[in-house]
Write a protein that binds this ligand. Structure first.
Ligand SMILES: Cc1cc2nc3c(=O)[nH]c(=O)nc-3n(C[C@H](O)[C@H](O)[C@H](O)COP(=O)(O)OP(=O)(O)OC[C@H]3O[C@@H](n4cnc5c(N)ncnc54)[C@H](O)[C@@H]3O)c2cc1C
Length: 406
């Protein structure tokens, strides 16, 4: 009898952790495990805002897949998935096709642009190493260009970030640290640069504890970030952003709009025919979509409901990693002949949002609030713990954030 084929799509938090766990729990004669990813590297999506602002080089964020995957046990295919065909149990790649007995989908997120005019065409998003590097270089180019034009263009120095949720706040925090350095480098007076955060909700960081929100806004405003709260973005063009606040239409001249206000699951997953809710696929307790016993969905493509609130859990790395661990355990059981799958129970350890260098806010261990350095240290502990889990001490020493005082 041939070995079953397990195919894992995407080497983000969900995909790579499934692979790392399976390489420990399955022997080479138990199953053929194939991991497919667009790039030769895994990246820590949760650090991309630092790469985009230019406060951390992207090589710190990416990890070569062959450094954490034993390719003697797991086959790694660097390719782009173009179609998932669950009825045929096949996946199409740019350069071929793969048949599976079990499929794990971990293709991550895409920006949700809610039909805002010009947003898709003119705004940047923080979604990969490539897109983060583009933002960094675009900002640097505009700073360099500013003093090379006869007529100075303010649009080059106005940076607008759409959304004051987790990603938007973390990004403006990094920008607030980076801009003074760029001003020195490009001979630009810091007071000429604006970082403007536009948020449609009545508060920044919706859902966060109000005391933490106030701390975050004070910290960021003290470093020059302007907030437009309750402001709905209506249009983005090549050199302006239009928003509406209190019934008034306002414009900001800018050629740098970074959209950080909404994500949805990867569109390939919806196109595969699974029932979708805003691009995410509702999954059962065992992380399989109803009616598909051979498909597991982990990370941002999966939609799971918090029974206490009746609302979906927000897509986070924390949940993606835990789902991967559960999926690997369930797949191992299935391959070894068990028919009972353990349901997934999120074990939320808390949330910490960085506000830039040495400042952060967070809630951990249930209701313990953290501010400033202690929150920053906690964030580094969370990041380092992940690296340890993924690639042990060597990876931690190579990529970890080990200086707790900087
Ligand atoms: C700036 C930022 C900060 C964040 N901070 C936090 C945080 O502090 N804590 C937290 O818990 N969460 C945070 N998040 C959310 C978190 O990063 C996501 O929830 C998490 O990355 C989801 O993991 P995933 O495995 O589903 O997908 P991803 O990590 O996005 O990985 C998807 C993978 O699939 C690959 N891929 C995509 N399309 C294809 C294709 N067609 N073919 C082949 N490969 C493909 C990609 O290259 C990537 O490797 C943050 C997100 C951002 C953007």
């Amino acid at each position: 009898m041939r070995n079953p084929n397990i195919v894992i799509l995407g080497a983000g938090y969900g995909g790579i952790m499934t692979a790392v766990k399976l390489q420990k729990s399955l022997g080479a004669n138990d199953a053929n495990v194939t991991l497919v990813n667009k790039h030769s590297y895994h990246y820590q999506t949760t650090w991309l805002h630092e790469n985009a602002a230019g406060t951390l080089h992207h090589d710190r964020t990416r990890i070569q897949i062959k450094d954490v995957i034993n390719t003697g046990k797991i086959k790694f295919v660097q390719d782009t998935v173009t179609e998932i065909k669950p009825e045929e149990k096949k996946v199409t790649l740019e350069s071929g096709e793969l048949a599976y007995d079990y499929l794990v989908i971990g293709l991550g997120f895409e920006a949700a642009t809610f039909g805002i005019s010009g947003l898709k065409e003119n705004a940047f998003t923080i979604g990969s190493i490539n897109s983060a590097r583009l933002i960094r270089q675009h900002i640097e180019y505009n700073f360099a260009k500013y003093n090379n034009e006869a007529v100075k263009k303010q649009e080059r120095l106005n940076i607008v970030v759409g959304g004051a949720g987790f990603t938007g706040i973390e990004f403006v925090g990094e920008l607030a640290n980076r801009i003074p350095e760029l001003c020195k480098e490009y001979d630009i007076p810091p007071e000429d640069v604006r970082i403007i955060n536009v948020e449609a909700a009545p508060t920044a960081l919706p859902g966060f504890d109000p005391e933490l929100v106030e701390y975050a806004m004070n910290s960021l405003e003290a470093r020059g970030v302007e907030f437009k709260i309750g402001a709905m973005i209506k249009e983005v063009t090549e050199n302006k952003l239009v928003f509406e606040k209190d019934g008034q239409r306002e414009e900001i001249e800018t050629n740098t709009v970074v959209w950080a206000a909404g994500v949805r699951g990867h569109s390939l997953v919806e196109k595969a025919g699974f029932e979708a809710n805003r691009g995410r696929i509702p999954v059962q307790g065992d992380l399989r979509p109803a009616g598909y016993d051979d498909v597991f969905i982990v990370g941002d493509c999966a939609l799971i409901i918090n029974e206490e609130t009746g609302r979906p859990y927000p897509p986070t790395a924390q949940i993606a990693i835990q789902q991967a661990e559960q999926t690997a355990a369930n797949l191992t059981g299935l391959i070894k002949g068990e028919d009972h799958l353990e349901p997934f129970e999120p074990d939320l350890k808390g949330t910490v949002a960085s506000l830039g260098h040495n400042d952060a806010i967070g809630v951990v261990f249930g209701d313990k609030k953290l501010f400033g350095w202690s929150a920053t240290a906690m964030k580094k502990i969370i990041d380092n713990r992940y690296l340890l889990k993924l690639g042990g001490l060597p990876l931690l020493l190579k990529k970890g954030k080990l200086n707790f005082f900087y």
